[in-house]
Design a protein around this ligand. Sequence first.
Ligand SMILES: Nc1ncnc2c1ncn2[C@@H]1O[C@H](COP(=O)(O)OP(=O)(O)OP(=O)(O)O)[C@@H](O)[C@H]1O
Length: 368
Amino acid sequence: MLAVRELTKRYGGTTAVDALTFDVRPGQVTGFLGPNGAGKSTTIRLLLGLDRPTSGRALVNGRRYTDLPRPEREVGALLDGGAAHPGRSARAHLLALARATGLPRRRVDEVLGTVGLTDVAGRRVGGFSLGMRQRLGIAAALLGDPGCLVFDEPVNGLDIDGVRWVRGLMRDLADEGRTVFVSSHLMTEMQQVADRLVVVGGGRLVTEAPMAELIEAWSHARTVVRTPDPGILADRLRGRGAHGRRVDVEQGRDGGLRVQGAGPEEVGDAAHRAGVRVHALYREEASLERAYLELTEGTVRHAASGSGAPRGADAALARDGGDGDARRDRGRRAERDDGRRADPDGGTGGTTGRDGHGQDHDAVEEDR
Ligand SMILES: Nc1ncnc2c1ncn2[C@@H]1O[C@H](COP(=O)(O)OP(=O)(O)OP(=O)(O)O)[C@@H](O)[C@H]1O
């Protein structure tokens, strides 16, 4: 079990993680979803004791990582599949890790078998493909047979076979009763594998719910109508659904109206009665992907060079009048979203050079 409580991490003027609270439970794959810069890697680093929180707690089985007597037996992590020394063989790499953490040698052959690297275990890691390195990273994470597993963007750069294999493995690990926490910025990927989602944006929690619930809540069709008189039509449509249904209308940034609760026929008839011209009218199927993009809109951290972060959120707030907690949060996040680290890769500074257990405790320092 992993737990994050009011977790906050600031790097100078940037709040990477902002009062985040959520649980990751055993027996499930929990997806950790958010756009680039949302704070996923920072949260994971805090969980693994690779960085210190500014405030709040990140707990593994109820304790801080640094307080765990045998952390490698409780949590394993894949943070950087390419972290093994290129001159070493896969087996030598895992043997070194096993020795360093006092794990039995037999675990090395077991995990090599689990990840399908037995036949190439004697080959130098330098000659490994990305997929093989990723498997090796996962083998390292599994070495201590931990109950919790954390995978940071595990399918990045993998071909379809590799992606399927990672998905299957995560499922198996969860079915064995382990806690599986996997980060991604791709909703489509999460939809394939996660039982539950924790969505973050701008360092804050956007939503946390079982996948089935999110699909149910977000997967409904809406009607799009383009007209030169959107205000008149919106007024006619709002709150006047057939059969007592509630109709919600919001205006997109492109000027078109998005109508929830009324189909194209109903909208077309309403336009006709109002004497409003219609330039386009169609049904748009909602998807979880689009819902995710809307929820996290405006939370993406932009380059510091004056690109100005909050355009998307401002537009979204303007069009929906600021109703809804997630959208209010989105606006607040956007207001705060005024800085980022100087590192041009915008990525996970200080996460390299570690093994699969995230043992390099002093690898990261803040405010550089
Ligand atoms: N060591 C650091 N020093 C300064 N700022 C940092 C550091 N690490 C992360 N940040 C900043 O904190 C914010 C969150 O970054 P983080 O890497 O946690 O996001 P992420 O969700 O993992 O995104 P990505 O998918 O791009 O890695 C970003 O604005 C990032 O630039």
